[in-house]
Design a protein around this ligand. Structure first.
Ligand SMILES: *Cc1c(COP(=O)(O)O)cnc(C)c1O
Length: 424
């Protein structure tokens, strides 16, 4: 504390604008500095952006069942890698493989640290001594510097690009296959859409070609939903099961996107290839930790129950009826109340799935719209973000919008309080 105070005073002495200040102001600013320095995150925030899978806000919030599983694992020893029957060493993957089989219909499955790691380990295990064929229309950048061509290069595989930016046909893959070809790679173009004169081969056709030439077909689904979201009026996203049924030998997807679990990279498909990946040193280097593994098994178990869309927070937020959202917005506006110098109203807004899923499809939602007489929208947003209980909203047309799709009913009172404090 002494260091922090000395540092603060030294900075004030050098700052000509700080020539005059009261003792109280000095105490306040030192307190701010100390708080900033010692409040190490991550801390909980209210997500009022309406973006359900928000990477900057930690992607998927977990189900209470996952929380319980982590809590049980955290203080005690566990049989993470011990077979209790024989007392011998087993694999941490045991806990997950049969669940993955059950939920996706795959022959086998494995979980690694995240999907980017899963892509890397898969290509390293299957294609390091040869080439991977990929469409020029699918050499995507996912974000955070994850670029498909770079990851392929890192795995040791040679990238063979086929087709053009907008059109790739099955014949392009066929013509490119030679005795060096180890995998045919298909990547879900999660975060963008190409429209107009475009063509991409059907996964079925690619799988048929792979079978004819005995080359495994890998699909990196990224978001990878385990249930068909179109049943709830949402845009169609390929499911992991449908990709396997279409003939993909391996399907890769994230645990903390549409699946709604902890960070993980799931690989499901043919046992032969899964074993090869599991035995590769990168799978050891990228293995999941025990806490995430506990949360993952608990989340997957929910998929074996009916009405999973009401049990997994991500799915609940995506599938909740607009009436529920509208009621929550009204309650929040009500709780914020009238105030001097600002108005609040409920308006229609667009929320998004996020996490690279359904990028072009806004989901109709409701937001509380805050307009202040004395404060700019940017200043309001900053105050909301930096309060005791940070609320993350967005700006639209000089007002602050708090989209309630991504809030819980239980959050309403606390968010209203945070708003009142920020506007006071
Ligand atoms: C998100 C995504 C990844 C990376 O997944 P992480 O779990 O964030 O590592 C890889 N491929 C695709 C297609 C994605 O959408």
């Amino acid at each position: 504390m002494t260091d922090a105070i000395r540092g603060h005073l030294a900075a004030l002495r050098k700052d000509p604008a700080a020539a005059e200040f009261s003792e109280l102001e000095l105490a306040h600013s030192i307190r701010h500095r100390l708080e900033a320095e010692f409040s190490l995150g991550p801390v909980p925030v209210f997500n009022a952006t309406g973006i359900v899978i928000h990477t900057n806000l930690g992607r998927a919030p977990l189900a209470p069942e996952a929380q319980d599983a982590v809590a049980q694992t955290i203080l005690d020893y566990t049989n993470l890698e011990m077979d209790l029957e024989s007392g011998t060493r087993s694999s941490r993957n045991i806990h997950i493989s049969s669940l993955l089989k059950e939920v996706t219909g795959a022959e086998a499955g494995i979980a690694l640290n995240n999907c980017a790691g899963a892509v890397l380990a898969t290509l390293a295990a299957l294609a390091h001594d040869g080439s991977a064929i990929a469409s020029r229309g699918e050499l995507v950048e996912i974000g955070g510097g994850f670029r498909m061509p770079d990851v392929i290069r890192q795995s040791g595989a040679r990238l063979v690009e086929v087709g053009t930016t907008n059109r790739t046909r099955i014949a392009d893959y066929e013509a490119a296959i030679d005795d060096q070809t180890r995998v045919l790679l298909k990547t879900h173009t999660s975060n963008f859409r190409m429209i107009g004169f475009t063509e991409a081969p059907d996964l079925r056709d690619l799988a048929r070609l792979g079978r004819q030439r005995s080359i495994p077909v890998i699909e990196d689904l990224g978001g990878g939903s385990l249930i068909d979201l179109s049943a709830f009026g949402l845009p169609h996203e390929p499911t992991v099961r449908s990709s396997l049924e279409a003939g993909a030998d391996l399907v890769l997807f994230s645990g903390d996107k549409l699946m709604g679990g902890p960070q993980a990279g799931l690989i499901v498909g043919r046992r032969r290839w899964i074993d090869q990946i599991a035995n590769h040193p990168l799978s050891r280097a990228l293995r999941m930790d025990k806490l995430s593994l506990a949360a993952l098994t608990a989340t997957l178990r929910l998929y074996l129950q009916p009405n999973v869309e009401t049990k997994i927070p991500v799915l609940r937020m995506l599938t909740q009826p607009i009436e529920t959202i509208a009621r929550r917005a009204d309650r929040l506006a009500e709780a914020i109340g009238e105030g001097p110098g600002f108005t609040r109203s409920v308006i229609a807004s667009d929320s998004f799935a996020g996490g690279g899923a359904m990028p072009m499809r806004p989901l109709p939602s409701r937001a509380v719209c805050l307009l202040s007489r004395d404060m700019s929208a940017t200043a309001m947003l900053h105050r909301l973000r930096t309060g005791n209980q940070p609320v993350i909203g967005r700006i639209e047309e000089e007002s602050v919008l708090l989209d309630v799709r991504t809030l819980r009913d239980d959050d309403v009172a606390s968010v209203a309080e945070a708003v009142q404090r920020a506007l006071a």
